[in-house]
Every structure is written in C-alpha cells, then in structure tokens.
Write a protein that binds this ligand. Structure first.
Ligand SMILES: Nc1ncnc2c1ncn2[C@@H]1O[C@H](COP(=O)(O)OP(=O)(O)OP(=O)(O)O)[C@@H](O)[C@H]1O
Ligand SMILES: [Mg+2]
Length: 401
C-alpha cells in the first residue's frame, strides 16, 4: 500500500495532480511531490504576502540601528556614522510623517575627508540597508545641460529607474553625489563665462537640491525628444555629497594659523595634522564651491585618515574583508591560506606609507600574494595544502616550494 502511494506521489504533483509527463519538473519526496508550476505559484504567493506585509509596516529607522549596520561594514569614522545615521533617520521621519503646517528643511549632508577612508563605502553601506531608492552618482561625469555628458537630471532618472518607475517612491529617495570636490571652481577668482566642469554644474545642482519639478526620462536613459517625460519633484529627495577635497586642509590650516597670529598660540608641528573637523563654509568657498551650494548642505562631516590599527581591522574584521576574499580564491585550489599577525601588521604599515587610505591594502595584498597566485599549479603539483604568509614573505614575496 505504502509503496503504491509512494509510486503515485513520485509521478503526479500532490497539489495540482498533474502527471510528471505534462510538467517540466516534478520534485519528489518520500510520499509527496510538487511540480514546477505549483512551486512558481507558491513563490509568487509568498512574495505578494511579504510585499503586502512590508507595505503595511514601513521600516522605522532608528539612528542606533543604522549605525550598528554601518559598524559591520565600515571601520572607525564614528562621528561620520553618527551624523549620517541621524540624517537618514530624520529623512525617514520627514517623509513618512510630513508636517501639516510646517515647512521642513532637508538635512543634506556633505562628507569630506581623505581618499580611501570610507566615504563611498559609507554611502554604499547605507544603500544596502534602506528600502527607499538610493543611487550613487559621480559628479565628475556631470555636465551642465547642453554640454556633452550627463546633465544633472540624469541622477533623477537613475533614481526613478531604481524605484522601478514609481514616481512617488523616487521622490522619497536618496542621492549620493560622489567626488563632489571635482566640480569646484578652478581658482578662487575664476569668472570665465561658464566653466563646464565646475561652477556651471554646481549652479545646475542648486535647483535640484533645493527642490524642483524635474522632467526626466522614465527609463533612466538619455533625453530623447520623442519619448515621454515623467515629472519628479525633488523637494523631498535627500542629497548626500562626498569628496576628498585635496588642498582644503591647507586652506583651513592657513586660516586658523592666521587668526592666531600675534598670540603665538598656534604652533603646528605635525605637517599632516588634519584640520578638517574645523571646516567652515568659507573654507569650502575658498576651495571653489559656490556659497549657494555650500549653503544647501546643513551638515558637513569629516572622515578621518585610518590609523594602522584601523587598517588591520579593515583587513581582518569587517564583512567581506580582503583576507577572507583571498582565502576563498586559494580555497578554490584546495589550499588553506593564512597570515601571521606580524605579516598583517606589516601590510597595514606599508599601506599607511602609500597615503591612499585603505585603498592601498588591496594592492599590498596583491603584491604579497602574486608569486603564490601565479604559481598555483606548481603548488598543486607539489601537493601543498597550506600557505602561511609571515613577515618575511611580506617583505620579500616569493614562491615557497
Ligand atoms: N573605514 C573603512 N572601513 C572599512 N573599509 C574601508 C574603510 N575605508 C576604506 N575602506 C576600503 O577601501 C576601499 C576604498 O574606500 P572608499 O571608496 O570608501 O574611499 P573614499 O573615501 O570614497 O575615497 P575617494 O575620496 O578616493 O573616493 C573600500 O572599498 C573599502 O574596501
Ligand atoms: Mg569615493
């Protein structure tokens, strides 16, 4: 009897009763079976149910929850994480419970700090967490309307595409404009008619950031006269801008030194000292950002250079860290890769000298592992199962067989 039931189950779907010959696939268990059509139907039903659930209970973002998430991906930058978490939580409050008789200002954020210190990483990590559309645009590719390149509205088309064409959703989104310092005016007194790469783009961005009804291509593509345009109101879109602002430190340093002249108070010994935490809007305009642009970013936060200990943590502690990534690559060839503590410390030390923040870590690891990766077949032939990288192999990378 049992075996008969089993046989029947193995040949027909227990849900719709279709025979295995009339469906693409029949997944069988001991006494039941399910066909691909019923699986698809169930998956769709579950998804609809989940969508409905999340629609009914929009996520509430608490700054501490956001920061905890950022901590998993970004080492250090405590202050930046806190300010960013608050800005995002407030953005959510504003858009989910808009005030009736009150005009609310957006809390656009400007992130400044050295290269490879985690500005873009912060933005990307925020994006992973949020359920509003979020895009990272590169300011270097933006141009004023009429010039070759993407005009600033292209960011809104990207956002709309990210929102799968849902205008209302796009209107609550977040735009991260990376490399914003690259659109600085060239030279403080530059007043050449219109400067394509710099001031003109800043001017074009003003309206968008302030809030305007912007006509964009729903597909996210380039403007085409014949296709229909969608209107997106940018009033509630949160803008976060980030840039390395190379040279800004000197501007602040000069100002703060200048102001203390005659008091003999400020003797700056460390050439590398960062003054970025003391930035005021005037410094940014000296750098080449137009005052109206600076004025639209209520919050300016600086990220710091990573210390050696932080670089070590970047290597070993965060999710998807470089060491785990390379371990995986070696694992694919059946080799267990490991690093001594000294070796890791030396890699961080070397990276510090490159002055490219954590960016240097990957190139350092590549340099150290290159001979081993190149000769992987020889290791396999020699049946090597383990490679341990010690300080000597960091100083002098070479094959160990
Ligand atoms: N604070 C950090 N924590 C963890 N990883 C980091 C951190 N900062 C940088 N990294 C690593 O370095 C890479 C480069 O960092 P990121 O792109 O965020 O730099 P950036 O500050 O945007 O620099 P740039 O001004 O040159 O654009 C990241 O992909 C990440 O792997
Ligand atoms: Mg960046």
């Amino acid at each position: 009897m049992d075996t008969e039931k089993e046989k029947a189950a193995a040949t027909t779907c227990s849900f719709c009763g279709k025979n295995k010959n009339s469906v693409k696939l029949l997944v069988t268990a001991t006494t039941v079976a399910i066909c691909n059509e019923c699986i698809e139907f169930c998956t769709q039903t579950i998804k609809e149910h989940e969508d409905e659930e999340s629609k009914n209970s929009p996520k509430i973002y608490d700054p501490i929850t956001i920061k905890t998430h950022l901590d998993e991906h970004v080492i250090g930058q405590e202050n930046a994480k806190i300010v960013l978490s608050v800005a995002i939580a407030n953005h959510y409050k504003r858009i989910t419970s808009p005030p009736k008789n009150l005009e609310m200002q957006k809390g656009n954020v400007l992130l400044i700090g050295p290269t490879g210190s985690g500005k873009t990483l912060l933005a990307k990590s925020v994006a992973r967490l949020l359920d509003v559309p979020f895009i990272v645009a590169d300011a270097t590719s933006l141009t004023e309307a009429g010039y070759v390149g993407d005009d600033v509205e292209s960011m809104i088309s990207m956002l709309l595409a990210e929102a799968k064409g849902d205008v209302a959703l796009a209107e609550r989104g977040i735009v991260f404009i990376d490399e914003i310092d690259k659109i600085a005016r060239k030279g403080e007194s530059a007043n050449i008619s219109r400067d394509v790469s710099g001031e003109g783009v800043q001017q074009a961005l003003l309206k968008l950031i302030e809030g305007t009804k912007c006509r964009v291509q729903p597909s996210g593509g380039r403007k085409h006269p014949s296709s229909e345009m969608t209107v997106v109101d940018t009033r509630n879109i949160l803008f976060i801008a980030g840039g390395a602002f190379v040279g800004l430190n000197d501007i602040i340093k000069r100002r703060s030194k200048g102001s203390s002249l005659g008091f003999g108070a400020q003797i700056v010994s460390a050439e590398d000292k960062s003054f970025l935490s003391e930035v005021i809007p005037e410094d940014l305009t000296k750098f080449g950002m137009i005052p109206e642009f600076v004025g639209r970013f209520a919050t300016t936060i600086n990220v710091d250079d990573l210390t050696k200990d932080q670089l070590i943590k970047v290597l070993t502690d965060i999710k998807n860290n470089f060491i785990d990534q390379y371990k995986y690559l070696f694992e694919l060839d059946g080799i267990k890769l490991s690093f001594n503590k000294d070796a890791i410390a030396q890699i961080a030390e070397n990276c510090l000298k490159l002055k490219t923040g954590a960016r240097g870590l990957q190139s350092e690891i590549e340099r150290v592992l290159l001979p081993h990766m190149f000769n992987i077949s020889k290791y396999k032939e020699a049946d090597v199962k383990k490679i341990n990288i010690n300080q000597e192999l960091v100083d002098n990378p070479k094959v160990i067989i």
